[in-house]
Design a protein. Sequence first.
Length: 180
Amino acid sequence: MGSLFEELEAREAAARVRVEGLEAELAELSGKLDLAREGLERLRITRETVAEVLAEMPPEKSAATFDADRTTASELAASAYAGAERHVVGVLTVPKWQPGMGMEVLPQVYRDIVEVVADAPGPARAKQIVPRIGLPAETGKIEGTRSKLKRLVERGWLDEDTPGLFTSARRRTAKSPNSR
């Protein structure tokens, strides 16, 4: 009889683990459902607010601003923000270097990195650059800076002759004899 009770206890333990796993999945899905409901509610409120604004506008102005049959969503968005200053948040644009282009086209953090590399007595590593641009020497900051350095290399602002060692770009204005 002892082995039967042991088998039942083992099955009970396995069932308990399965229930706990399902409860964890349910909690995760409940969180996702709550976020989706919040997004839906925000969209509903936005739609109602736009309808109220359009209802309060004089007919000739609202017709000029929005004609549901002929106005695309992008046209509506453009008219809603006409004259407003546009700022892109969270996107840094690093243009490809071209002759005559100055560092002022780079976002500030990239400018700082290029300046530190230019001032370095020799090739610089990401972990040497991080404290010089005012960041703590933590792994995350070093890796983020390394990715920025790689991006600057890809776009022609810096060189990386040896992996992990960055130098100022040697501009190639004329074709070298070895190039095609």
